[in-house]
Design a binder for this molecule. Structure first.
Ligand SMILES: Nc1ncnc2c1ncn2[C@@H]1O[C@H](COP(=O)(O)OP(=O)(O)OP(=O)(O)O)[C@@H](O)[C@H]1O
Length: 352
């Protein structure tokens, strides 16, 4: 049986390299010679020999110590930042790799705008602390607009004084888009096609499904149990893909009115809420027009809210001061605007 590479006692750096090249399961290595492995991963022949030896030892059973997980969480480029410092702070520096995250809210609150912005910021180059990565956008409710993404990248190009290559054409080459109009298509995509695609495209570190609720709420013809089983299978697969390949999976979700509380809650039922590691709930106050993002679920941050705005650059900070969320890795981020946006960046003149 194929096991996660993390079940084997190998140095952290080697495991990270294997995962980066989408060799995250022992089965992925079974048909590769030491030389082929070295060619793909650029690990030395000695290192590849060690990998093959350890993986072929069927008796070995190993669990990563927490220190290794900590190393990964603190590594530069372990999150995808937005262009709102407050939102990044709320999320502990941005949307985390390795997790299934949800952005929920009513129509027009800004879910898609955040997703568009992340398709740009995930491409920030590695040499300045970004991921230099690609994204896959699964467009379920026909909301994908490249001209809006071009507007966001144009803003960044201007702000970074062309130091970062945010050329429209280049940006567009790093976003894969799949339009999905039927539930059966979404099902096949998530359960069967996504993982092979991720393996073939190791540069993809962000997968967006906008929205997961659209077809599951309105296109489902079967019984409630079948629908729940499908939601379970899809969320399980998405969680597994996020963790195995250390990428961020973001799904957007609609809201439903809950008569008991008189409030709007994320759709797809309470059980769905357990499946995501992080839930961000967006609201827009009808009278004031103020937009609020609330972190309602996180494994490492307390529940808190921030105000945000939407402009040509996508989401950005509203002026109101906010209380600092606990657990942020970047303790000085309130003093230095550059670092609030991109914690690991080294452009001293970037000031939004
Ligand atoms: N270029 C722009 N400048 C300023 N605001 C913009 C711009 N483009 C979109 N918006 C604002 O973004 C909001 C729409 O947000 P978004 O598209 O993210 O909605 P959503 O939450 O995804 O809704 P739905 O569930 O219906 O898809 C609108 O209020 C719109 O005015």
């Amino acid at each position: 049986m194929s096991k996660s590479i993390h079940c084997f006692k190998l140095p952290f750096k080697i495991k990270e390299t294997l995962v980066k090249h989408r060799l995250a399961m022992s089965g992925d290595l079974s048909n590769l010679s030491i030389e082929q492995l070295s060619k793909i991963t650029h690990l030395s022949l000695d290192e590849c020999e060690e990998v093959v030896k350890v993986i072929n030892n069927k008796e070995s059973l190993y669990f990563d110590p927490a220190s290794i997980l900590l190393k990964r969480e603190l590594a530069p480029g372990s999150t995808i930042p937005t262009l709102s410092a407050k939102l990044n702070n709320l999320l502990c520096d941005g949307f985390p790799l390795g997790r299934l995250c949800e952005i929920a809210g009513a129509s027009g609150v800004g879910k898609t705008q955040i997703c568009f912005q992340l398709c740009v910021t995930v491409q920030l180059p590695e040499d300045i602390g970004g991921l230099g990565a690609d994204s896959l956008y699964i467009d379920v409710d026909n909301s994908f607009r490249f001209n809006r993404i071009a507007e966001i990248s144009g803003f960044l190009r201007e702000k970074t004084r062309n130091m970062i290559d945010f050329d429209e054409e280049r940006i567009s080459e790093h976003i894969f888009v799949e339009r999905c109009e039927e539930l059966s298509h979404l099902q096949v995509l998530v359960l069967e096609k996504l993982e092979p695609f991720i393996k073939q495209n190791p540069q993809v570190r962000l997968v967006i499904i906008d929205s997961i609720a659209y077809l599951l709420r309105y296109d489902f013809k079967g019984k409630a149990e079948e629908r729940n089983a499908l939601i379970w299978n899809m969320s399980n697969k998405l969680r597994e893909i996020a963790a195995t390949y250390n990428l961020c999976v973001i799904v957007t979700n609609h809201v439903r009115y809950e008569p008991e509380s008189g409030k709007e809650k994320p759709a797809l039922g309470n059980r769905w809420g357990h499946y995501c590691a992080l839930r961000l709930f967006l609201e827009k106050h009808a009278e004031s027009g103020v937009r609020v993002a609330t972190l309602t679920k996180s494994v490492n941050q307390q529940e808190a809210s921030i105000h945000f705005k939407i402009g040509p650059q996508g989401v950005y900070d509203a002026e109101e001061p906010i209380e600092r969320a606990t657990g942020s890795r970047n303790q000085d981020c309130h003093q230095e605007p550059l670092y609030t946006l991109f914690p690991y960046f080294r452009f001293p003149y970037l000031n939004f």
